[in-house]
Design a protein around this ligand. Structure first.
Ligand code: AMP
Ligand code: ZN
Length: 664
């Protein structure tokens, strides 16, 4: 049998290679399932062999380290911006300037300008040691723990890399991942993220690296900066970086004239929408590093590089009418219905108008010619009105004052941009939306029942809320349109099977506003039953890890409403899981009941997350900052000195992970 130590090394190598194949080369070489098993095996082995710690282990990809305040550090080499150009003339002028400053022929590397958040990575002896954001260019924030969770960032390099160097790139959130994240947000009744770029840069500054690990970010590299890397051109730089294991998009191209650059521009202006991520232009760089050194920098940007910005794609078309959609939470969204027009390779018929303020601000009117643009957002937006083409008898848009579905007067809460239909019990899109959410995959996952059937069942008057699902009989539904006997049976048995779905998913399915998947898990774990949750006070809810004012208020609101209480009772009577199962409970104790812990630093035998789970499942509370109420600070290595001083001054005992584990 292989020694554990050898096995650890073997698994690390194997898993790093699979990661590389999947995330850098886009060529998966193992199933997700097998990968998970091997990763779990490695995690277990590392746990029992703490002396084998390695900061480049693939197990660190899942995150866990929490950064309260990002440390600001000076860039070894400044991160410059780029000069911009918008036309062929701009580029020609640039070339004339270049010719005056360097001798000999000039070649250019053309690359895409990835639209995300810039990052500078430092490697020493092939290991990632630091990742800084651009900041103001001179100093940036240390986001290393977060960057390590991004799977296309190599933690350990291959090949003939220099001993020490910096490499720069862009953290992007590809469209697919952006869409998936937003589907989750919407399922939780939250506002979706605006665009991939802001979401990517926001992700870098999340405090909990485990949260970053969940976001499908990618790191695209474009420039190696180092003392002496032995490389002579930008193009070779890119190739080399690729060979060391970095994700460097293959679209870069080498040309020896501005005409060649323009060809590249024209091609990508047309084809950029086929790319999996956002780009906002291209970047042209003088290829020879020797010439680059001759050219140097202005106060703001390198003289040897130039960005060429694509024109935002915009078309104008006629606004035919405005319709109003009612969401599951009652939120009203105005939608512009347009005369169909082609934009960025697709036919656009609708655009978002966001809310009443937006309509007011743009003063859009029915019949107007409007400018429609497609940015990073999936749904195009209206940028403005072509007033020159406005007809004389147009009239100002009056926002609806009652629900388009149920005619209830709309309300708008202080500080909120959206109008709401308050008739949540009688307004059909809200009723249908709630049931659709209840049966969705991450909630009760009812097999044999889809969104359209839900609408049909509601419209036929067979169900009014999700509790009604459990009373449905085959006889009732077999007469419905397109419903065969078999599918009617499937539906009924699917509903019955949902009684085995664990509490946390049922809680998510209830559709309490702001209670998404993760929050539902936290609440289920903490309160253990719907009964306890419904009796929790606002103050008590707020002390639960990660539960803020907004969520606490929303939970209280939900249980204030009689109809909800009755519905939950009916679910309980039907046998739906509204408390933690015996099994889930048996992993829990009350040993740490009433104690509050702050966890800080890096640990050896258990991860930070595991520590938190241990505290949680034994009845303790994890809090984020030290106060007089803190019972213990569990300190690993690298705990910040300010925390230590604070704990000392408040006389909060500091214990090691071993001392903590002995408490259990
Ligand atoms: P700007 O922020 O408009 O001054 O543009 C400079 C930024 O463009 C840099 O900080 C990089 O983050 C980003 N960028 C994206 N793609 C590239 C690329 N291929 N080469 C250089 N910079 C790039
Ligand atoms: Zn309504």
């Amino acid at each position: 049998m292989m020694e554990e130590k050898e096995l650890i090394l073997k698994l690390r190598k194997e898993l790093s290679q699979h990661n590389h194949n999947y995330y850098v080369l886009d060529k998966p070489s193992i199933s997700d399932f097998e990968f998970d098993i091997k990763l779990k095996q490695l995690q277990a082995l590392e746990l029992s062999n703490p002396e084998m710690y390695d900061s480049s282990s693939p197990t660190l990809r899942v995150g866990g380290e929490v950064t309260k305040n990002f440390e600001t550090l000076v860039h070894a080499q400044r991160m410059y911006s780029l000069d911009n150009s918008y036309s062929k003339e701009d580029l020609m002028d640039w070339e004339i300037r270049l010719r005056k400053m360097v001798d000999g022929p000039i070649k250019y590397t053309c690359e895409l300008k990835y639209d995300g958040a810039s990052i500078s990575l430092t490697y020493e002896n092939g290991m990632l040691i630091q990742a800084l954001t651009r900041g103001d260019g001179t100093q940036g924030d240390n986001v290393t723990a977060n960057i390590k969770t991004i799977k296309s960032v190599p933690l350990k390099l291959q090949g003939d890399y220099p001993v020490k160097f910096e490499i720069r790139g862009e953290i992007v959130l590809p469209f697919d991942g952006f869409k998936a994240l937003n589907e989750e947000k919407i399922a939780a009744g939250e506002d979706p993220y605006k665009n991939p770029r802001n979401t990517a840069s926001g992700s870098l500054k999340l405090q909990d690296s485990a949260e970053v690990a969940k976001r499908p970010l990618e790191c695209l590299l474009y420039s190696v900066v180092g003392e002496s890397t032995g490389i002579e051109t930008q193009f070779d730089n890119l190739e080399k970086a690729r060979s060391w294991g970095f994700k460097v998009p293959k679209v870069a191209s080498l040309t020896d004239s501005i005409e060649g650059v323009l060809e590249f521009v024209n091609y990508w202006d047309l084809h950029r929408h086929d790319l999996p991520y956002e780009t906002d232009g291209i970047v042209v760089k003088v290829n020879s590093l020797f010439q680059q050194a001759e050219l140097g920098f202005t106060a703001k940007a390198p003289r040897w590089a130039m960005a060429y910005k694509f024109k935002a794609e915009q078309v104008s078309t006629i606004l035919e009418h405005i319709s109003y959609q009612v969401g599951r939470t009652g939120a009203i969204t105005p939608v512009a219905n347009l005369q169909p027009v082609e934009l960025a390779g697709t036919i656009v018929k609708r655009a978002s108008l966001h809310n009443a303020d937006q309509i007011e601000k743009l003063d859009v009117r029915i019949g107007d010619w409007v400018y429609v643009e497609k940015g990073g957002e999936i749904i195009p937006k209206i940028m403005g009105v072509d007033l020159g083409r406005r007809s004389l008898n147009s009239s100002k848009t009056v926002y609806i004052s009652s629900c388009p579905e149920c005619e209830t007067p709309l309300v708008r809460k202080e500080g909120e941009a959206q109008h709401y239909c308050p008739n949540d019990m009688g307004c059909s899109p809200q009723i249908i939306g709630r049931i659709q959410h209840y049966i969705s995959r991450k909630a009760l996952d009812i097999e044999g029942l889809g969104g359209e059937t839900v609408a049909l069942l509601v419209n036929e008057g067979l169900i009014h809320d999700y509790a009604d699902l459990y009373d449905l009989t085959t006889d009732q539904i077999i007469h419905l349109d397109r419903m065969a006997e078999k599918s009617a049976d499937n539906l009924v048995s699917g509903v019955q099977a949902s009684k085995d779905i664990p509490f946390e998913r049922v809680l998510f399915g209830l559709g309490i506003r702001y209670v998404g998947e993760t929050v539902a898990k936290k609440l289920a774990k903490h309160y253990k039953s719907i009964q306890a949750l419904s009796e929790a006070s606002f103050e008590d809810l707020e002390t639960v890890d990660e539960i803020g004012i907004k969520i606490a208020e929303s939970v209280i609101e939900f249980f204030k409403i009689d109809v909800n209480i009755r519905m939950v009772s009916r679910l309980i009577l039907c046998g739906v899981q509204l408390e933690l199962s015996e099994e889930a409970l048996s992993n829990q104790t009350t040993q740490l009941q009433g104690l509050r812990f702050v966890v800080s630093g890096v640990f050896e035998t258990v991860s930070r997350d595991e520590l938190k789970v241990l505290i949680d499942s034994n009845g303790g509370k994890v809090v984020s900052s030290i106060s007089a109420k803190t019972s213990f600070v569990v300190a690993g290595s690298n705990m910040g000195p300010s925390k230590r001083t604070k704990a000392d001054s408040l006389k909060v005992p500091i214990i090691s992970e071993m001392e903590f584990l002995e408490m259990l």
